[in-house]
Write a protein that binds this ligand. Sequence first.
Ligand SMILES: *[C@@H]1O[C@H](CO)[C@@H](O)[C@H](O)[C@H]1NC(C)=O
Ligand SMILES: *[C@@H]1O[C@H](CO)[C@@H](O)[C@H](O)[C@H]1NC(C)=O
Ligand SMILES: *[C@@H]1O[C@H](CO)[C@@H](O)[C@H](O)[C@H]1NC(C)=O
Ligand SMILES: *[C@@H]1O[C@H](CO)[C@@H](O)[C@H](O)[C@H]1NC(C)=O
Ligand SMILES: *[C@@H]1O[C@H](CO)[C@@H](O)[C@H](O)[C@H]1NC(C)=O
Length: 614
Amino acid sequence: MFFPNAFLGAIGFSASLGLGLAQKQVPLAHEDAPRQPNVVFILTDDQDVQLDSLRYMPFVKEHLIEKGTSFNKHYCTTAICCPSRVTLWTGKTPHNTNVTDVSPPYGGYPKFVAQGFNKDYFPIWLQQAGYNTYYTGKLFNAHTVKNYNSPYPGGFTGSDFLLDPHTYDYLNSTFQRNGDEPRSYEGQYSTDILAEKAYGFLDDAVHDLTNKPFFLTIAPIGPHSNVVIKDASPGRDRSVQFGEPIPAERHRHLFEDVTVPRTENFNPDRSSGANWLLDLPQQNQSNIDYNDHFYRQRLRALQAVDELVDGLITRLEGYGILDDTYIVYSSDNGFHIGQHRLQPGKTCGYEEDINVPLIVRGPGVASNYTTEIVTSHTDLAPTFLELLGIPLREGFDGKPIPLTKGEIEVTAQARREHASVEYWGIAISEGIHQVLSREHNTYKAIRLSSADYSLYYSVWCNNERELYDMSVDRGQMHNLLTHPNSSSSEVLIAGLPISKIVSRLDALLFVLKSCSGLSCRQPWKQLHPAGDVNTLADALDSRFDGFYLAEAMRVRFEFCANGYLVDAEGPMWEVQGRSAPYLRDGATWDEWSMNPSRASHISRLMAFYFKLSE
Ligand SMILES: *[C@@H]1O[C@H](CO)[C@@H](O)[C@H](O)[C@H]1NC(C)=O
Ligand SMILES: *[C@@H]1O[C@H](CO)[C@@H](O)[C@H](O)[C@H]1NC(C)=O
Ligand SMILES: *[C@@H]1O[C@H](CO)[C@@H](O)[C@H](O)[C@H]1NC(C)=O
Ligand SMILES: *[C@@H]1O[C@H](CO)[C@@H](O)[C@H](O)[C@H]1NC(C)=O
Ligand SMILES: *[C@@H]1O[C@H](CO)[C@@H](O)[C@H](O)[C@H]1NC(C)=O
């Protein structure tokens, strides 16, 4: 448990209730009886942290940031809407959901259903534990006016979903309520309609509160692009246009002088990143001007979301339940505009795309507090369950996030310091300069952040690699693995040669790319079963040098695919829950160090060492 008794007391649990709440569905009618907490979860779409969008949301600042705890190093596991949302609602990494795209065959609502999750995911677990569950807004992509009822999404007491092809049509949305037919809201502003629906569900929830606590999710489209999907003439592909977001009329005039922050990685003089990014042309002035306009439209579109947050707080206060309710604010993935010469979009592994807001306000959560502990979307389902006293599930790839200041401080020492990142398939550019979407934007990465290190390591499906030392290169402009001096002793990270660091990161990524459950939660322990290695710093001990240079541990792809195809993924740590025979010389440090023939490794090890250093 992450919550000390004092904290449970504060939110009205008695110690004896604890985890038993899951089975307890008895109404708590008496005034003094312990009340189970409620949750309001606001999930925005494509909202960045790195481009400063939160700074333009005064109500979020007043009600959430200053009254709650901000997790500055919160990451999505995959930087695109539907796969990220499926991870969030299942507690599994995308390679374990195999919902890796926004549309079939690799993703979208039909794939979510085909994988069996519609009968076994978060809202269903909440209902089983006695919660009323409400949802309004976007659930997944490819959830459409045609397939909304085959089947209906499971697990909701009340729902009002945005549906494709009008999900991202700010001024002509289609919503679909409970078992009703879809309804079009031509000419009305999407986020304002959504706010009314959210307030309505809050009323419903409060009316039934003596019977059941509630979990209400509100998923506005802001600040996502305005997307118009037109069916083209027969025999041709449908056209999809990603235009700039559309704000409510009352917010059109705001922020006229604001531009995208001109960080070092903004439209740089030389190209940066890897793979297809290296070929991007520098943007000309009219392109930059348009992208600044696109940025302002995002900030403006967020104003209606900001007002929605204020409306919710006012109502929760009016009902007298603000102190029994957690308010959680996040986004499915981040966003870039102009960094590394990219047109507006997501789908990359760079900091702008993967770092997303996570702000929590509620009983026992510290006010106006920020933390740098690394957390990820894979952690949210277990976090919510633990928060509500519902037993965790074995298949979770993430862990509950500590929410009290005391627990955050304690676990900051011991907690996992990395987020795993994975992506398969298309890269999408948005805005008027959109180039055709690119296939094979497939990579795996680790973002690691601790007191000692701030690193990003990636392996692309063409086996290009990147390593950024973000303690000195925040903008990820200097790939140390293509640096001319990377094999010399000139380039060091925290005093150590790059190849030594990469060997550890690569082994960690090797475990993470096929992990499940426990091996995702404790990847270092897979390599060091004795449990004496929990961090990169531990693993860097020189007695492990030989082991980490073992060739078998190297992450590589066989070929570039648009989905999670086992044949493309190269050597695996785990195949169907078991270590692969590929690691015949000893998969763990404990085995390897006992293996008398390990000296035979040396030549191969050295070859590996220098290959990395080239
Ligand atoms: C993931 O789904 C795709 C599409 O259905 C399928 O081709 C692939 O084999 C699946 N991958 C795994 C590892 O099951
Ligand atoms: C709005 O969407 C509806 C379908 O839901 C469509 O029939 C109508 O033509 C659209 N209106 C505009 C102005 O595009
Ligand atoms: C600027 O770049 C855009 C996008 O590549 C291009 O369409 C446009 O023609 C360019 N404008 C000028 C003035 O070169
Ligand atoms: C929140 O913390 C910041 C930085 O520590 C401080 O400047 C600000 O006054 C605090 N705000 C409130 C409402 O306590
Ligand atoms: C590589 O090392 C040489 C020799 O120390 C140095 O002159 C040169 O500037 C270095 N190059 C880079 C790009 O750091």
